[in-house]
Ligand binder design. Structure first.
Ligand SMILES: Cc1ncc(COP(=O)(O)O)c(C=O)c1O
Length: 400
């Protein structure tokens, strides 16, 4: 049997055994090295997807790999009945990186959003003793697939078949402060938004909008929840995207690059919210913050410092931005409808669906993903170099 037959065999077996909830590319990956992936036939792919904005450190970070291996040899799970050293290290490092006061570790991004919403509802409940508090979210947002996260996801297509949602959620528009103000009433307990919308098409919040939302929250004692699951962990050039705006959330969520591949996430809050929301018995998880996930977070954060990952994102992100601008002007407005984003989170909007371009890039050895039907999303590992950007662009341009 040739190895290409093997690939098809695995795909057929996967389709026979797994629930079909993903439309997958017809590739079975086997390993990663640096910023490259290799399929089971040994074909090399330059990775500008990073496991959907996850593998910030690329695939060959030896400190990360060794930390995980030695933790496997020690212990990988203890339960939250007990303390473990990696979770303490991870929480301390995350507090330092974010300036937030308290951390709750989860198993995924969606679960971090769930916890953030529960904390906001509890905060409001403790304030006025009632239970019908409302949350404002944004159109085109994405916060995950569990019920709470889905309820605040601003794309009706994801929600429709699963109604009713958690209730009390209203949707305003990104960068339209008046649309948010119009939704605020004395039942509003939180405004949740991505600092830079990811799945919805790479839309950064404008500074005036985020400042306005913060002021609105302050004036009405509403909690601002910033979802930094995709745009956080250095992707836009600061550790968390909101740090560039000088606007601090009351609660924030993190995942993806936080653990760089080991399932994990977190929600963090200020001391004020912590003192007035979730208490012992209100929230929990079996796995969240277990030693394996926690050592991943602690090591990721120390590697960010050692490698100056943020510095690299700023330099290479600016280079990518300029190169995509050049490409956009070469191709012209009949092909390119827009270019948005910052750092290593950028989107190139085409005038027609990008599926065929992405398929051709995959065949040519470049992994790219979309964000909406017409937008190619660039969310590579944060350790890519300018020459990786050049290599990506030369394949992409041939495939357009
Ligand atoms: C902004 C944002 N929030 C939440 C999620 C959900 O995270 P997870 O897939 O880990 O549940 C995602 C995933 O893409 C995301 O981009």
């Amino acid at each position: 049997m040739s190895s290409s037959v093997d690939m098809k065999t695995y795909i057929d077996e996967a389709e026979a055994a797994l629930l079909h909830t993903y439309n997958r590319y017809q590739i079975v990956f086997d390993k990663g090295e640096g910023v490259h992936l290799y399929d089971i036939n040994g074909k090399e792919y330059l990775d500008f997807c990073g496991g959907i904005a996850v593998f910030a450190l690329g695939y060959s970070n030896s400190a990360y790999k060794e930390a995980l291996k030695s933790q496997v040899d020690k212990i990988i799970h203890t339960s939250n009945y007990f303390y473990n050293v990696p979770a303490v290290e991870a929480a301390k490092a995350l507090k330092k990186a974010s300036g937030m006061d308290r951390v709750f570790f989860t198993n995924s991004g969606a679960e971090a959003v769930e916890g953030a919403l529960k904390a906001a509802r509890k905060y409001a409940y403790l304030k006025d003793g009632t239970t019908d508090h409302e949350i404002i979210a944004l159109e085109h947002s994405f916060h995950g697939r569990t019920f709470g996260a889905l309820s605040v996801t601003g794309n009706p297509k994801y929600r429709e078949a699963f109604e009713p949602m958690i209730g009390g959620v209203k949707f305003g528009k990104m960068n339209d402060l008046e649309s948010i103000k119009a939704l605020v009433n004395d039942k509003t307990c939180a405004i949740i938004m991505e600092t830079v919308q990811g799945e919805g098409g790479i839309y950064p919040a404008e500074p005036a909008f985020l400042e306005g939302v913060r002021a609105l929250c302050d004036a009405n004692d509403i909690l601002l929840i910033l979802d930094e699951i995709q745009c956080g962990m250095g992707r836009t050039g600061t550790m968390f995207a909101w740090q560039k705006y000088g606007v601090k959330p009351d609660i924030m969520t993190s995942a993806k690059g936080l653990t760089c591949g080991v399932p994990g996430g977190a929600f963090l809050m200020t001391e004020k919210v912590a003192q007035n929301s979730l208490k012992a018995g209100d929230h929990g998880t079996t796995y969240g913050g277990n030693p394996l996930a926690a050592i991943a977070t602690a090591t990721v954060l120390s590697e960010y410092e050692r490698l100056d990952v943020l510095g690299n994102v700023r330099v290479v992100g600016a280079y990518l931005y300029d190169k995509l601008e050049e490409l956009a002007s070469r191709l012209g407005p009949s092909v390119i409808a827009g270019h948005r984003g910052v750092g290593l989170m950028q989107g190139l909007e085409f005038t027609s669906p990008v599926g065929p371009i992405i398929e051709r890039c995959m065949s040519a050895g470049l992994v790219l993903i979309n964000a909406g039907s017409n937008i190619i999303r660039f969310v590579p590992p944060l350790v890519i170099t300018k020459s990786d950007v050049d290599a990506m662009l030369s394949i992409l341009e041939k495939c357009i």
